[in-house]
Design a protein around this ligand. Structure first.
Ligand SMILES: NC(=O)c1ccc[n+]([C@@H]2O[C@H](COP(=O)([O-])OP(=O)(O)OC[C@H]3O[C@@H](n4cnc5c(N)ncnc54)[C@H](O)[C@@H]3O)[C@@H](O)[C@H]2O)c1
Length: 350
């Protein structure tokens, strides 16, 4: 089968990360065009490619050169660029978060349907082998029932004042919206239907952020399962980096994403204050390189284009995740609990 011709639009930091993974899948895709308004950046990304692509500063010039595009743009541009490419008959893989408002997300979903093109949102965590294995073990109740999933993401992320990500308007919110959207999506995917939630965020420690740079989310899910996410862009140091702990009734699964390990902790003795370091079993269940694994995401996108299958990270599910975030923000502003009943994946009849 012919290779799918992919265009990359927006050639900043994340596009370079994507480009570094494409070599693994050149049997399936050809990056045939690259675009950035700063054309030097597009030239930089072109260097990763075996065949010189079409290079432009205006994405409307790409239409004749591509079958599909990967949009790696500032958040406030996701909506218009998605509509433009769908209307030009192209399939679209748009980076997270899908768009900055519910209206924009709904227009993108409708446009993909009207144009009969694949629209997928790039939630790369869903394609990480360690995360996939954790999901499988939780679904199969291999270590009993999950009752608490805690997710920590600690990094130093700092933009210059004139960068689009420094403004809450163009970023679409703060750390929770921009980065935490990955983990709200994972919690909804792994834990089921949310019931109540809280968000507390601060930009203390990250004064370069207009909105929160540090975010704490607690969500109660149906069945009494708890989900927690702490994400900061202000970490001057970290032990955990990216780490997920799923406490189940028969053991704890640790997805040490940054170490590339899924570890089972089990047979932990009942706590005895005189023996604070009681031994427990530790078993490495899976090892995988610490990477964004975006090539797996791209392979899935290409498969959806070829087969017409619905993407795992489809735009309706992405909107459902963002709705939870907007509800959490709203409740935080009003200093009350967020009522999340009736929300979550599969809740929208769209
Ligand atoms: N999945 C992940 O782990 C991950 C990590 C980082 C960023 N991202 C996402 O990737 C996207 C881009 O983020 P980034 O960190 O690469 O930002 P960035 O600012 O580094 O890159 C954005 C690029 O878009 C270019 N651009 C702006 N307007 C344009 C236009 N009209 N046409 C063409 N190019 C244009 C800019 O010049 C810039 O080079 C965002 O959606 C972000 O959330 C995802």
């Amino acid at each position: 089968m012919d290779k799918v011709r992919i265009g990359i639009v927006g050639c900043g930091g994340m596009a370079r990360s994507h480009a570094s993974r494409f070599s693994m899948i050149f049997d399936q895709v050809e990056v045939s065009a690259v675009c950035d308004i700063l054309v030097d950046r597009a030239q930089d990304v072109a260097q990763y490619l075996p065949k010189p692509p079409f290079v432009t500063a205006d994405y409307r010039e790409m239409y004749d050169h591509v079958d599909a595009v990967l949009l790696v743009l500032p958040h406030h541009l996701h909506h218009q660029a998605t509509l433009d490419f769908l209307r030009a008959g192209k399939h679209v893989l748009v980076e997270k978060p899908m768009a900055n408002s519910e209206r924009e997300c709904r227009e993108m979903i409708q446009c993909a349907r009207d144009c009969d093109r694949v629209l997928m949102v790039a939630y790369c965590m869903r394609f990480n082998p360690i995360v996939l294995k954790m999901k499988e073990l939780l679904d199969n109740k291999t270590y009993g029932d999950v009752f608490q999933l805690s997710i920590w993401t600690e990094q130093l992320t700092k933009y210059p004042p004139d960068h689009w990500a420094s403004s809450a308007k163009t970023l679409g919110g703060g750390q929770l919206f921009s980065h935490g959207c990955h983990y709200i999506d994972l919690m909804l995917w792994m834990l089921g239907k949310p019931v109540w939630g809280t968000h507390f965020g601060t930009n203390f420690g990250t004064p370069w952020m207009e909105r929160e740079g540090t975010s704490n989310v607690t969500i109660e899910f149906e069945g009494g399962i708890m989900g927690y996410h702490m994400g900061t862009w202000g970490a001057r140091g970290t032990r955990l980096r990216y780490s997920f702990h799923a406490h189940c009734t028969e053991g704890m699964l640790e997805a040490a994403i940054s170490q590339g390990k899924l570890i089972l902790h089990s047979k932990h003795a009942v706590h005895d204050p005189s023996k604070p370091n009681a031994p427990q079993n530790e078993q490495i269940l899976l090892e995988a390189p610490n990477a964004k694994h975006t090539e797996q995401e791209m392979v899935h996108f290409v498969d959806c284009i070829r087969t017409g299958r619905k993407p795992l990270t489809d735009p309706v599910g992405s909107l459902e995740g963002l709705q939870v975030i907007w509800k959490l923000y709203e409740a935080e502003e009003q200093r009350r609990l967020a009522d999340l009943r009736g929300m979550g994946l599969g809740s929208l009849a769209l």
